[in-house]
Design a protein around this ligand. Structure first.
Ligand SMILES: Nc1ncnc2c1ncn2[C@@H]1O[C@H](COP(=O)(O)OP(=O)(O)OP(=O)(O)O)[C@@H](O)[C@H]1O
Ligand SMILES: N[C@@H](CCO)C(=O)O
Length: 333
């Protein structure tokens, strides 16, 4: 028996905040998860179940049923598109983005689920005809009934699930993104292409830190002087990353006072390494909610990183990814 329809999506890792741009700036990195999603033929004995195969990150650890983040996201997307829930869902995940390290793994999974569901909605599929575990509508697949689901809808839903737009924006669009939400909580973004001299290096520890825990360490209020310093640095950082990728500017532009110090107790080794690399003149920040750190290497600093970092961390130079998440097969959009 075969899956009645199948799509494959590819989603990049991302680094959010980039120092001063808390919950706003994000950079897409050329490290990808690939997810093949199949909807099962009605006659197939697997058609009433969820089947998940994970290779790489999270193998043997993640929920292998309705609780899997991609499945939950797909279910919600089918609901939002006004479509009935598909019956059997098969996922084959090739996970390369480390989990809970500050490289946007949850955003990547969420974007993968939404894009896969949108791509699958274009074809007939067998839908649930009995009680649906995710609470979806029963009935046969009715692609004609679907509501148009635009790229803005994808961005809005991914941001709603993730809680903030700074990883979601670069994951979907690629490049360097400035993301914000308006008064009605709708997310928006501007995408920029970083200067070709920008060379990100992810320095990844073995241990994890969940975003939830890291966000729990932030104070409710911050001094006005710190907010003002960050506003200036974030503006400078956009200029440095796109037009003036000079080490001195990048070093000044990556200073943060809004989140990194508050979170340091949860990631003392990361905080220490950021300080040491910055002391050597390497522009370095905590990536997302940590504990990975991100350095912007230049010709004059690239040789400084490895000796300072030592062997406890994985040093991974990564190109900036400029295309963003995509459906690679079939090429539907
Ligand atoms: N490919 C995936 N498939 C299923 N679940 C995933 C996947 N990627 C991430 N997750 C879930 O998301 C959790 C990690 O999310 P979390 O927000 O804590 O970190 P992150 O997204 O890796 O980092 P950050 O948001 O700081 O960049 C994992 O522990 C797992 O539960
Ligand atoms: N801006 C987010 C990124 C991690 O998801 C944070 O720092 O909490």
């Amino acid at each position: 028996m075969t899956d009645s329809i199948k799509v494959t999506v590819r989603v990049p890792a991302t680094s959010a905040n980039l120092g001063p741009g808390f919950d706003t700036l994000g950079l897409a990195l050329a490290l990808y998860d690939e997810v093949e999603v199949g909807l099962v033929d009605p006659g197939d004995p697997r058609s009433r179940s969820v089947g998940i195969e994970v290779t790489g990150e999270g193998a043997g650890e993640l929920d292998d049923g309705e609780g899997h983040l991609i499945v939950k996201t797909m279910r919600l997307t089918f609901d939002r598109m006004g479509l009935p829930q598909p019956r059997g869902i098969r996922l084959r995940c090739l996970n390369r983005i480390p989990h809970a390290r500050g490289l946007g793994s949850s955003s990547a999974a969420i974007c993968a689920g939404i894009l896969a569901a949108r791509a699958l909605a274009g074809a007939p599929y067998p839908a649930v005809d009995g009680p649906d575990p995710a609470g979806g509508q029963a009935g046969p697949g009715r692609p004609g009934a679907r509501r148009e689901f635009t790229d803005d809808d994808v961005f809005a839903l991914a941001t709603e699930i993730e809680g903030h737009p700074d990883n979601v924006a670069p994951c979907l669009a690629g490049g360097l993104t400035i993301a914000w939400t308006d008064q009605s909580n709708a997310p928006h973004m501007v995408k920029l292409i970083p200067h070709a001299d920008i060379r990100p290096v992810a320095i990844i520890p073995r241990h994890r830190l969940s975003t939830e825990v890291a966000r729990g360490l932030l104070p409710k209020d911050v001094p006005h002087s710190d907010a003002s310093a960050n506003a200036g640095r974030a503006a400078l950082l956009v200029a440095a990353l796109t037009e003036r990728p000079e080490r001195e500017l990048l070093l000044a532009a990556t200073e943060d006072r809004l989140h990194q110090n508050y979170r340091a107790p949860a990631m003392p080794q990361s905080a220490d390494l950021v300080q040491r690399l910055r002391g050597l003149g390497v522009p370095t920040v905590v990536s997302g909610a940590g504990p990975t750190i991100l350095a912007f290497s230049t010709v004059d600093t690239q040789d400084l990183i490895a000796p300072e970092v030592g062997t406890d961390w994985h040093i991974q130079p990564l190109d900036v990814e400029t295309r963003g998440a995509c459906v690679v097969s079939p090429e539907t959009r």
